[in-house]
Design a protein around this ligand. Structure first.
Ligand code: BGC
Length: 808
């Protein structure tokens, strides 16, 4: 096993979906699943290609309702390529395997170079054996280009070999079984054609959003004897004939280009795609430049641990993060889809998962993180409109966001277990706006980008704060503000048992984080230079009364406690206890307890049972000191055991039905129980690579959990927090790791190297860096000059306890 290789031996139809998702190749502009070029979508294979930000909306009729859904569109498939000998059947691995003709099949993903390789040996029905090696890239250098090189060796025969290379625009969005009843025909075929001597093209348009998409391909075969084209609406192929000789390799090179009418620096997308493939270099040169581009990315992602199994999965996670968001994303107007550009689950929508993804980029690719925040900033008008329609000021961000930032959450969802379509209230997760505000502030802290804060960040922060200050209702009897009728992150609870109106009151996470956001909004006002502050206040028509209200709410928000712990929401303590053991015995995997109970005619709303961390998210996002400050601001006396008690209370009551949950718990447990934390970390780490999510990886990777594991290493194990202008370090190496190394970009300092062993922590600032940095560790703050280093001893991977003072 190598740190940089994901390898699969043998052809296994049951595993194909997961392999396709995990072997997806992309560059932040578009991505193509690691599907076989020989097979169209057929229930086993699902070749999907997704262009960042390319959405389309269609109506569908379900359960007597017309619903409208926006999808990240499955774009035309550029992959199709297969072969046949002497007019025999076209080669399909599934068919060869089924008749016992597949001698060997190996698929490898080289994470460092971004190359997907397949090595196949098969024998056809006439006993002719063929060896095939295929390498594929989606160029990290030129975001519009993909390429595939196939080498075919006739082992024991000579004769006529035909190669079919095609472009398929007849694809639909059909990658998720649960969505099958929904309309997925997003592509309206345009035209298709050939251009001499080697190219073909295909164009189409998305049904409602009217985005033109063009794909072109140039297929080159050495010693080609003839080429014939065939086409039908939405599909074009070139059949290329070769006289193959025993033992002599035939090389086929397919270079494809993808453009849309949204692209810049083009006149028209079909011509752009054709020109790009015609001018493209050969495969080897494209590959070389692609590898160089990946090299540049990896140099900015230095993170290593001395455990090969862990490192390999961390590399896989960083690989998929960089394929979803890269420097090519910077110029696009896109957010980060929860399931990457890797599949169709959640329809490519953008959730609060950014919260988990952004920290990865902020200290490595701040320009990409900034671009993701600008996606939210551009959708402020829509968020303001949503707030207005809900009767509030400020900006109310949608739980699920797509093209224009309106609420994209489905109003009905299918429980596959019961077959019932159910009302979906998850749009009540107003906390998504708090996540946007949190991201703005943490980005500012990590980068020190004052220009961003003044131009865009402050506006988002203030508008979000304004919404929550306005949505909070004053309860005179308690002299407290309350936020009613919302949902927290835990999706098992969308209302009270017996109450007709959905929503919960005083969700602890929402209320406390609102106080944090309000405090930051007030801080930002104080931070901005006077003229810019006045300019902004004027532009937003932010009155003194509103600022006073923010201040007041931030001091009088209601936070509910029960049994000495933070309540998930008001009334949580009245819910029934679930018999967890009985459900585990009966069902085994109870991560989707909501579906199990609904199918039984029951509801998770009745129980003290959570899908994922909710109140505990606070301890994940904020330090203990920050929580103390917030609670003190609200007039609650310090409660030293609160965090530990709250973790101990909710952990056994959580099913981890979301991939984000075990991640959060791993972070929390690291402060309580190192071994349990490590177990949870490893569990999250293997969620996708071992498809621990019970088949859901095939529908797309879990990007938030992937990013979260990397963040856990840097934030928890290396103990890095960026507060103010000081880099804070508080390492906690788990027993499973002997050494951890990280290279970071911190507030414009490109070149902070950190190494953490069980016995010491060392921070270096590379020579040539513009100015010194300040590091705080174990109660001391030190300044490190460029070219300088600082070391401190650790005991078992942690800072030793402070030495006792002199005896009296
Ligand atoms: C989780 C949400 C998450 C979404 C997208 C859901 O299962 O409950 O917290 O945002 O998946 O990843």
């Amino acid at each position: 096993m190598s740190r940089w290789l994901l390898a699969y031996e043998g052809y296994d139809p049951r595993a194909e979906g997961v392999r396709e998702a995990l072997c997806t190749l992309g560059n932040g502009y578009f991505a193509t699943r690691g599907a076989q070029p020989e097979s169209a979508a057929d229930g086993v294979h699902y070749p999907g290609t997704y262009i960042a930000g390319c959405y389309d909306r269609l109506p569908s009729d379900v359960a007597g309702h017309t619903v409208s859904n926006e999808d990240l569109v499955n774009a035309p498939n550029w992959l199709p390529l297969t072969i046949r000998v002497e007019e025999g059947p076209w080669f399909r691995p599934a068919e060869a395997a089924a008749r016992g003709g597949m001698a060997s099949y190996r698929q490898e993903l080289d994470l460092r170079r971004g190359v997907l390789t397949r090595l196949i040996r098969f024998t056809d029905e006439e006993g002719r054996t063929i060896r095939m090696a295929q390498r594929r890239i989606v160029s990290m250098e030129d975001p519009h280009v993909a390429a595939m090189e196939t080498t075919i060796v006739p082992e024991n025969w000579s004769g006529r070999l035909e190669i079919r290379s095609a472009l398929d625009g007849r694809v639909t969005n059909a990658g998720v079984a649960r969505y099958r009843l929904l309309n997925g025909a997003h592509l309206v075929p345009g035209a298709e054609g050939e251009r001499e001597p080697e190219s073909m093209w295909l164009s189409c348009r998305t049904a409602a959003s009217g985005i033109d998409i063009a794909v072109a391909a140039r297929t080159r075969v050495d010693a080609a004897r003839g080429r014939t084209a065939s086409k039908e609406r939405g599909w074009i192929a070139q059949d290329i004939e070769v006289e193959a000789e025993e033992g002599v390799p035939v090389t086929v090179e397919k270079v494809a280009a993808v453009f849309t009418s949204r692209d810049r620096a083009i006149e028209e997308c079909t011509e752009a795609a054709l020109t790009r493939v015609e001018r493209a270099a050969g495969f080897d040169e494209l590959l070389e430049r692609h590898i160089l581009a990946w090299g540049r990315l990896w140099r900015r992602c230095q993170l290593s641990v001395d455990r090969e199994d862990v490192q390999r999965v961390l590399n896989l996670h960083m690989f998929h993060l960089l394929q979803t968001v890269s420097e090519h994303t910077v110029d696009l107007d896109v957010g980060v889809p929860a399931r990457g550009l890797h599949g169709e689950a959640y329809r490519g929508h953008v959730f609060w998962d950014e919260l988990f993804v952004l920290p990865f980029f902020s200290i490595r690719f701040p320009e990409a993180a900034r671009a993701l925040l600008l996606y939210r900033w551009r959708r402020l008008p829509e968020a303001r409109w949503a707030a207005r329609r809900a009767g509030h000021r400020g900006a109310m961000y949608p739980w699920q966001s797509g093209a224009d930032g309106r609420e994209e959450t489905q109003r009905l969802h299918l429980n596959p277990r019961s077959g019932r379509w159910l009302p979906d209230h998850s749009h009540l997760q107003r906390h998504v706006g708090l996540a946007v505000a949190h991201n703005v502030w943490r980005f500012y802290e990590a980068t020190g980008d004052e220009e961003f804060l003044a131009e865009y960040g402050a506006e988002m922060l203030l508008e979000i704060a304004r919404f929550f200050a306005d949505a909070a209702v004053y309860n005179r009897a308690l002299d407290r503000y309350e936020i009613r009728g919302v949902m927290g992150p835990d999706e098992y609870h969308d209302g009270y048992p017996g109450r007709a109106v959905p929503g919960l009151d005083n969700n602890g996470y929402t209320n406390v984080l609102t106080v944090w956001v309000l405090s930051r909004a007030l801080e930002v006002l104080a931070l901005l230079p006077g003229d810019r502050r006045e300019e902004l206040r004027e532009r937003l028509a932010l009155t003194r009364e509103e600022i006073a209200r923010m201040e007041d709410v931030s001091r009088k928000m209601r936070v509910v406690f029960h049994d000495g712990v933070l309540s998930q929401f008001e009334g949580y303590e009245d819910l029934e206890e679930l018999d967890w053991d009985a459900y585990r015995r009966r069902y085994g995997d109870i991560r989707r307890l909501d579906r199990i109970l609904e199918a039984e005619g029951d509801s998770t709303n009745r129980y003290k049972a959570s899908k994922q961390a909710d109140a505990l998210m606070l301890f994940f996002l904020l330090t203990g000191a920050e929580i103390d400050t917030l609670l003190a601001r609200l007039g609650h006396p310090p409660d030293p055991g609160l965090i530990e008690r709250t973790i101990a209370y909710y952990l056994p009551r959580t099913s981890h039905g979301s991939s984000l949950s075990s991640l959060v718990y791993a972070w929390l447990m690291a402060h309580v129980d190192g071994e349990e934390a490590w177990r949870l970390f490893v569990d999250t780490l293997h969620g996708d690579v071992d498809d621990g999510r019970r088949g859901t990886t095939a529908e797309g990777i879990h990007l938030g959990a992937m990013a979260g594991t990397v963040n856990l290493v840097q934030r928890c194990y290396a103990g890095i927090t960026t507060r103010g202008s000081v880099l804070n370090l508080d390492p906690r190496l788990p027993a499973g790791i002997g050494e951890l190394r990280l290279g970071l970009r911190y507030r414009g300092h490109w070149g902070v190297d950190l190494s953490c062993r069980r016995d010491r922590l060392r921070v270096e600032l590379r020579p040539g860096v513009a100015s010194p940095i300040e590091v705080a560790c174990g109660g001391r703050t030190v300044t490190i000059e460029p070219g300088g280093a600082w070391e401190t001893p650790l005991s078992e991977g942690r800072l030793p306890p402070p030495s006792p003072g002199p005896a009296p």
